[in-house]
Design a protein around this ligand. Structure first.
Ligand code: ZN
Length: 545
């Protein structure tokens, strides 16, 4: 047998029996040998790359990001801070974009964070002035709310006065909408601009994947498509298939479907599917191959911490009467989670507030008591505020926690204001998850924050906010723990550890080459460590040398 390719570097494998290697040989996209055997097999290999003293690791894997939204945002008006540093600058950016558009075109912006712009959301009437009659739709960096102007409200019409379960149209003292639409109320404006076409979405996936490859990402999980306020089109999964068929899917993709698209499924009495929820034909988690897989079902139980909509046991530090709210009636949420479990789904539920985390654990416990399933790997996305008792239950139930380290660096100051000093220790835990035996993947929730894995890894290690404040320093990870979370941990969270997350004989040859070994660097240099190359299936998909 001849290997197809051979790569030389300072290799870390995450395999206990061979943690380090110097040479890695690839055959048909998978690791086939190391070191002397690899050199032997590779004598006639067509591809031979020597990265010298650079460090090669299992490829980065983002367990929770929003690829279609990120790809679309690359062509929308960027209102994040930086570059936008004040509300006046935001209005200026909206005016400049509007001036370049037709008189009836939508001005679509994304990424603003009121916490960094004086504390208030953009004002409807200032947006009217800036856009000169055009409708404006500005999405908050969290994705959980947006602001529209008067022209947009006109197009929404009387629907703005209807009841919205799990969302809110914010109004001023006179009862007039301020333009701020929270959570499910975002569907009012989405109904006007969605769905996107499959071609537009496939292009967005392609643009996003080019960025991912340059950052060392070889696998990602899109955390919710096809329905709810998160979906871009009811046939969004088909956009992934189109991207795959047309050569635009460059990073291995696991795709969660929104629970909004699930419906009742039935079958033989022996199947126990009474009350179960699934896709037509019974499709569920696991369908697909090494490049494109149907992942968990995504359920939203609550909202955003910096947006003060997440479901809390006690009020926010700066808004004590507000305890947020669940994203749907709790009985309905419970039925969705239990029903999805019964239908065989791996369930990934967004929960940020401590009341939401505890409620979701109740639902998982009920589902597992009712229909036990070993190795279910149900997940809690974000797992934002986790009390000690919820931590113990996560471990006991075998639930995977999916927190985002990068939130600390980018929105950590806003989270401290919302929580106050006493609850920060429960927020975005990392080390205590590992100590309790809770599986820990690495993820960004991009485009909510910068998704570059080395940025996330740096924040998982330093736990410093943008202003330099310490954010639960006891939860800091070692560099190796953070690297492992961003590869092996994420693979486990997607039931893919047999193929990904480490470099062993037989596994997919997915890797990232970093200019230096981050374990040997001062923490201050981690965030900007250069990615030299990215390999997917043994082929160099990015070469930045
Ligand atoms: Zn998300």
């Amino acid at each position: 047998m001849n290997a197809d390719a051979v790569f030389r570097a300072r290799i870390a494998t995450w395999a206990d029996d061979r943690p380090r290697a110097r040479t890695l040989a690839v055959w048909r996209g998978r690791v086939v040998a190391f070191d002397d055997v690899a050199e032997e097999l590779a004598r006639d290999a067509l591809v031979k790359e020597d990265f010298g003293s650079a460090a090669l690791f299992p490829g980065f894997h983002d367990a929770h990001c929003h690829t279609t939204a990120f790809g679309l945002s690359l062509s929308e008006l960027d209102l994040s801070t930086p570059p936008v540093s004040s509300m006046e600058e935001l209005y200026g950016a909206v005016a400049a974009r509007a001036a370049a558009l037709g008189v009836d075109d939508w001005v679509v912006g994304t990424g603003y964070d009121q916490n960094k712009l004086g504390g208030r959301h953009p004002e409807r009437h200032r947006l009217d002035e800036a856009a000169r009659g055009r409708p404006v739709w500005l999405q908050h960096t969290s994705g959980h709310m947006c602001v529209v102007n008067s022209a947009a409200l006109e197009r929404i019409g009387s629907a703005v006065d209807g009841a919205i379960d799990g969302g809110s149209v914010v109004r001023d003292e006179q009862g007039e909408p301020t333009g701020l639409l929270e959570e499910r109320a975002q569907s009012l404006v989405q109904a006007l601009v969605l769905p996107r076409s499959l071609e537009e979405l496939a292009e967005a996936i392609s643009r996003a994947h080019d960025r991912y490859l340059a950052e060392g990402l070889t696998s990602v999980c899109d955390a919710g498509v096809a329905g709810g306020w998160i979906g871009q089109s009811p046939v969004e999964f088909a956009a992934y298939q189109l991207a795959r068929e047309s050569g635009r899917l460059k990073v291995r993709s696991t795709v969660m479907v929104s629970s909004d698209v699930l419906g009742p499924v039935s079958g033989h009495a022996d199947d126990g599917l009474e009350g179960a929820l699934g896709l037509p034909g019974g499709l569920r988690t696991g369908l697909g191959d090494d490049w494109l897989r149907l992942g968990p079902v995504k359920v939203f139980s609550d909202g955003s911490l910096i947006g003060r909509t997440c479901w809390m046991e006690h009020g926010f530090e700066d808004d004590p009467a507000n305890t947020g709210y669940p994203q749907a009636d709790p009985d309905r949420l419970r039925a969705v989670i239990v029903g999805a479990h019964r239908a065989g789904w791996q369930v990934a539920t967004h929960a940020i507030g401590d009341a939401a985390v505890s409620f979701v654990l109740d639902c998982y416990e009920e589902a597992l008591g009712d229909a036990p399933r070993p190795d279910h790997r149900h997940r809690i996305e974000h797992c934002g505020v986790t009390t000690p008792s919820s931590l113990a239950r996560l471990a006991r139930l075998g639930v995977v926690a999916v927190p985002q380290g990068r939130f600390i660096g980018e929105i950590g100051d806003g989270m401290i204001e919302a929580l106050g000093p006493d609850r920060v220790g429960d927020a975005y835990r990392l080390a205590s998850f590992l100590e309790a035996g809770v599986a820990l993947p690495g993820s960004s929730d991009r485009p909510v924050v910068d998704g570059r894995p080395m940025r996330g890894i740096a924040d998982m290690v330093t736990r410093r906010t943008g202003s330099g404040a310490s954010f639960g320093a006891g939860e800091a990870l070692t560099v190796e723990q953070a690297l492992r979370a961003y590869s092996a941990g994420s693979a486990y969270a997607e039931r893919a550890e047999g193929d990904r997350g480490s470099l062993r004989v037989g596994q997919l040859a997915d890797f990232v080459v970093l200019e230096q070994d981050p374990r040997e660097l001062p923490h201050g240099e981690l965030a900007d460590l250069r990615v030299l190359a990215t390999g997917v299936g043994g082929a160099l998909a990015y070469d930045g040398r």
